[in-house]
Design a protein. Structure first.
Ligand code: NAD
Length: 351
């Protein structure tokens, strides 16, 4: 099974380690070093099988290559997955992270990492104890730039401005009905920015703390998670998990555009075509969720100030406008247009 998964993949290589002490599998997928050092988050969760974890790492690593290429940012694509056993003992977490850090250090700069689903800046502090200097996004107390969520949210917000300009004739989001799925690190900050800009925001989440904060304290309209695809809005913003745009869900959508941070939102490439046929403008996730990775890498590795990082992240708007125009002029999906742009940059770097 693992052989079949790897044969299908077009990346450079995978480091696989079984951590005997915890029972966790570690997969570090290096997709491409063409544009720069492979860099991507570390996802830590329980999977149905080690193969499913490997598949996730491979897909996410390839996504990172395209993400950096579309943004013209000099990093390569990589991603790590720590697949925890179902009976993982949480008291083992710190030791597991320290062993993982030592593995990153052994790779000697072939892979740089930061937080992803299931890991935080605090975890990066721990991993950094053994993995420095290859760890991004540690807490400010440990000399890092902190969480990537707010910068990712700014990138998504800038993308919404581009969509506003193309779809509604103005980049102001004031009065726009925007539905955010997932009010976590990215979605929560995005909601605050949208409210500040005068948008009419509604949201959905499974977490009681998020519901309390945004529904009860901020007074926003809460949408039950199973109603999300049937709720009318101008812009739907998936900020929870991937694979949600598929044959079953796309036909239920009642929005004019989709602009969100979740990685790999389209279940298949065919779903991009479906969205086009339904007249829904789709902002490719790998183009618009670059903000956090770009800002943190820029500030920690390239010496950017926070103002410079913010200005760079706001460039997502220009990049997306270019992609929307390319898609329109060639009559192709926005996903295909974004891939063309990224592939052209990768091809130029390969010469
Ligand atoms: P997070 O874990 O902080 O937040 C996700 C939120 O979604 C949580 O509040 C969770 O309760 C909620 N959620 C989960 N399932 C849901 C469902 N079915 N319906 C409604 N809500 C649901 O994660 P995050 O850091 O905010 O990232 C969100 C997404 O954006 C993820 O897919 C992540 O891979 C992607 N992303 C994040 C970053 C970043 O900088 N954090 C960068 C790029 C992409």
């Amino acid at each position: 099974m693992i052989e079949a998964v790897l044969k299908e993949w077009d990346g450079e290589g995978v480091i696989i380690r079984y951590d005997h002490l915890s029972g966790a599998w570690i997969f570090i997928a290096i997709h491409s070093s063409l544009l720069g050092p492979p860099t991507g988050g570390t996802r830590m969760k329980t999977y149905s099988s080690p193969e499913a974890a490997l598949q996730d790492a491979l897909k996410l690593a390839a996504g990172m290559t395209y993400k950096y290429a579309a943004a013209n940012f000099a990093r390569g694509g990589g991603k790590a997955v720590i697949a925890l056993p179902a009976n993982f003992d949480p008291t083992q977490r710190r030791d597991l992270l320290l062993r993982y850090g030592a593995l990153i250090r052994q790779l000697n700069g072939s892979f740089y990492t930061g937080p992803d689903v299931g890991t935080s800046s605090e975890d990066m502090d721990v991993i950094g104890e053994t993995g420095a200097p290859y760890i991004f996004s540690r807490t400010p107390a440990k000399g890092g730039a902190g969480s990537s969520g707010p910068a990712t949210a700014l990138g998504v917000f800038s993308a919404m401005q581009a969509v506003g300009e193309k779809c509604f004739g103005s980049d102001s989001l004031s009065g726009r009905k925007i539905l955010v799925q997932g009010a976590g690190g990215v979605g929560g900050t995005l909601i605050e920015m949208l409210v500040e800009d005068g948008a009419e925001v509604s949201f959905s989440d499974l977490d009681q703390n998020a519901i309390r904060r945004f529904r009860d304290e901020m007074g926003l309209h809460f949408v039950e998670p199973d109603q999300i695809f049937d709720t009318e809005c101008d812009i739907f913003s998936p900020c929870a998990m991937g694979g949600i745009l598929n044959e079953q869900t796309v036909k239920r959508l009642k929005c004019k555009a989709i602009v969100g941070a979740a990685n790999n939102q389209l279940a298949t490439e065919r779903d991009a075509q479906r969205l086009k046929e339904y007249g829904i403008m789709y902002a490719p996730d790998f183009v618009i969720s670059i903000g956090g990775a770009m800002a943190i890498t820029g500030m920690e590795a390239l010496g950017w100030s926070s103002e410079q990082a913010e200005a760079e992240v706001r460039r997502v708007k220009t990049t997306l406008l270019k992609i929307l125009e390319l898609a329109e002029s060639r009559d192709i999906t926005t996903e295909a247009a974004a891939r063309r742009l990224a592939q052209a940059r990768l091809a130029a770097a390969a010469i």
